[in-house]
Design a protein. Structure first.
Length: 233
């Protein structure tokens, strides 16, 4: 028997977000009676060369099981889950397994093995964007397709990575990156409604916000999701 709570997550996997695991767990509690079920397969690798093993897909579902169990909503002796274990012989095979599994899902470049961000940069971006999310919770959405002025935290860190934001602005630590983003936000807040609504040019650039999105950005004083051109500058 495999106790999934004790299985480590592959170190190159996407960052485990506790709030996402909690959302999965609590949605299962609300939508079912008795012991909730959990759909989907949790995929593990077992490397024959190094002896290592870990979760390569389904880490948030596995984390939600821990929450469900701790709150008395999951009986592991009666409601086991399906796992799929792939034997691998190298780190490259684990990389390829991850890519294959996620080929039909929107895996962001920052999270891709090899061509993605370094561990240090990824950790930096996660820490800072998490701080922003905690400071402006009403402006962050879990959906990757959220509309302005909202922001998805994973999309934001991927945009920062793909546009070399830290490198372009020589930001080597979290404090400097957070200060930079706050300064951008403050600068955007000073644009007039006419400028935001595209009625007035700003140094040859015309913004294209709508009144509803602008009103919410004004209410919560958060503008990074209202227009994304700042990340390319």
């Amino acid at each position: 028997m495999i106790y999934i709570a004790h299985v480590p997550v592959w170190e190159k996997n996407r960052i485990l977000r506790p709030e996402r695991a909690k959302k999965i767990a609590h949605s299962k509690i609300k939508s079912t009676t008795g012991h909730p079920s959990l759909s989907g397969v949790i995929t593990l690798y077992s490397d024959e060369q190094s002896g290592r093993y870990g979760i390569v897909d389904g880490q948030h579902r596995a984390a939600s099981l821990v929450i469900l169990s701790s709150e008395g909503h999951w009986n592991e002796t009666k409601k086991n889950i399906v796992i799929d274990v792939f034997n691998t012989k190298s780190e490259q095979e684990i990389n390829e397994l991850f890519k294959e599994i996620n080929s039909s899902e929107p895996v962001r470049l920052i999270d891709m093995p090899d061509e993605g961000a370094s561990d240090d940069l990824r950790t930096l971006l996660v820490e800072v964007t998490d701080i922003l999310q905690s400071k402006y919770p009403d402006m962050f959405k879990t959906s990757s397709r959220c509309r302005p002025p909202h922001v998805n935290v994973d999309n934001l860190r991927d945009e920062l990575f793909q546009n070399d934001y830290c490198k372009k602005h020589s930001l080597k630590d979290g404090k400097k990156l957070l200060t930079s983003l706050e300064q951008v936000n403050e600068s955007l807040s000073k644009l007039t409604d006419e400028q935001w609504l595209g009625l007035e040019d700003v140094s040859g650039y015309r913004y294209n916000a709508n009144e509803t999105a602008l009103k919410k950005a004004r209410t919560y004083h958060f503008y990074l999701g209202l227009d994304r051109s700042w990340v390319t500058k």
